[in-house]
Design a protein around this ligand. Structure first.
Ligand SMILES: Cc1cc2nc3c(=O)[nH]c(=O)nc-3n(C[C@H](O)[C@H](O)[C@H](O)COP(=O)(O)OP(=O)(O)OC[C@H]3O[C@@H](n4cnc5c(N)ncnc54)[C@H](O)[C@@H]3O)c2cc1C
Length: 389
């Protein structure tokens, strides 16, 4: 069994590591200051400038197929890069990306939605969650009925990431009540100027999602993504696109946080000795390091399964669950090691503490991941012996 990276993987990873150190981490103090003044930490223009810098070095569309100008990197490579990006709380992402389900668009839709999104000229959001349907997404109530060549959409979506900035949404609506999620949900590409409204939702994190309202919004039939009634499968494909990428980002954060904790433990003296000499502190560092290592291999193993074309759903759920739970335990320990300073807004620890909490909720809560994992085992789809059998 070979756990080493190839020369190419190491080179690509190291380039991103340097980019994060030189271009992204220096923005952190300013970003914290702005956020604390109630402003966005990083504006879309600043993000675009950083993305352009990375593009000059060839980093554009990390997982976008080469025929669309992307790098078409493997899932393992994408996970390695995400770990590096996670080391900073600056919300940088490489440009040239588009939601995976937009690649199912027809040629005309690709021209109007996919290509401009890849080029950063248009911004999308994915809207399935509703006030009455989150984990239970099969239970959505937003509906659409046909009126001549158009469809009329009515309903409310909530917690939509990017919903305040997006100029179009991929919204899921019931088009056949009898069939529901089994052939009665359709995905529509809906421009903001077709009439939907958004309202920011304040959260404990630094960026807020949006509530979207559709009040008889008229959408031409040509804006249906995929086929009528096949929307729920698309939604599941979107949600499943990167359950290894969210914990990969959290893993990078945990690495940096534990490095900060080690530094603090070596320099903070109490009762005449650095706290690093105390077993209570050492155990927190040791447990965190073991969990980081375990998470690394859960993430990379899930990504490897994606690349190998295997059914990776169990591995992805495990990585997402473990990442969410452990990242929260680790940031809590790191805050504890920093004492009162960890609780202040002078350090970024409390910011990470708030942000990492989300990982246990969105794109499938802890409980829903456990439900998936247990069901796969109980029904015999997977075994506790894992992929080695
Ligand atoms: C910041 C943020 C960004 C988001 N971005 C998006 C987005 O871009 N697009 C989008 O469509 N949605 C988005 N969401 C929605 C997110 O996916 C949902 O919040 C999530 O799926 C949970 O749904 P819920 O909030 O309705 O909780 P509920 O489903 O009401 O769950 C409440 C609690 O009950 C538990 N629970 C539910 N069912 C079961 C069960 N069967 N067994 C055991 N426990 C159960 C849950 O785990 C949870 O602890 C976002 C949410 C947040 C907070």
């Amino acid at each position: 069994m070979d756990f080493t990276l190839s020369t190419e993987e190491t080179e690509v990873r190291d380039w991103v590591r340097t980019f994060v150190r030189r271009e992204i981490m220096p923005l952190e103090p300013d970003m914290l200051r702005r956020e604390r003044a109630g402003q966005p930490g990083l504006t879309l223009t600043e993000l675009a400038e950083l993305q352009a810098k990375a593009r000059e070095a060839g980093f554009w569309g990390v997982q976008t197929p080469q025929e669309y100008g992307g790098m078409g990197l493997s899932a393992v490579m994408a996970a390695l890069l995400e770990i590096e990006l996670g080391r900073s709380f600056v919300p940088f992402r490489f440009g040239g990306a588009a939601d995976n389900i937009l690649f199912h668009a027809n040629e005309e839709q690709k021209r109007r939605y996919l290509v401009p999104t890849i080029e950063g000229e248009r911004h999308s959001c994915f809207a399935i969650t509703e006030p009455g349907a989150g984990s239970d997404a099969r239970n959505i109530r937003t509906s659409a009925y046909q009126d001549g060549d158009d469809w009329i959409i009515t309903g409310e979506k909530t917690f939509i990431t990017g919903g305040n900035e997006a100029d179009f949404t991929m919204v899921f609506a019931v088009t056949d009540k009898q069939k529901g999620a089994d052939g009665g949900v359709t995905c529509f590409l809906v421009d903001r100027d077709m009439g939907w409204k958004s309202e920011p939702i304040p959260t404990m994190g630094e960026w807020g999602p949006a509530a979207l309202v559709f009040d008889h919004v008229r959408v031409p039939a040509e804006n249906i993504l995929g086929e009528v009634g096949h929307g729920f499968a698309l939604a599941m494909q979107w949600i499943g696109r990167g359950r290894y990428l969210l914990p990969a980002r959290a893993l990078g954060a945990c690495e940096r946080l534990v490095e900060m904790a080690i530094e603090q433990a070596k320099t903070r003296v109490t009762f005449g000795e650095p706290i690093a000499n105390r077993q209570a502190i050492q155990w927190m560092i040791a447990d965190s390091a073991v969990e980081i290592e375990a998470l690394r291999w859960l993430v990379l193993h899930a990504a490897w399964q994606v690349d190998a074309g295997l059914d990776s759903r169990q591995a992805q759920s495990m990585a997402k669950l473990y990442g969410g739970v452990k990242a929260n335990e680790i940031v809590d320990r790191v805050l504890q090691i920093h004492g009162g300073m960890g609780y202040t807004r002078e350090l970024p620890v409390e910011r990470w503490y708030r942000e990492l909490r989300l990982l246990r909720i969105y794109e499938g809560t802890d409980e829903i991941q456990r439900r998936t994992i247990a069901r796969n085992l109980i029904k015999g789809h997977t075994s506790v012996r894992g992929t080695l059998g």
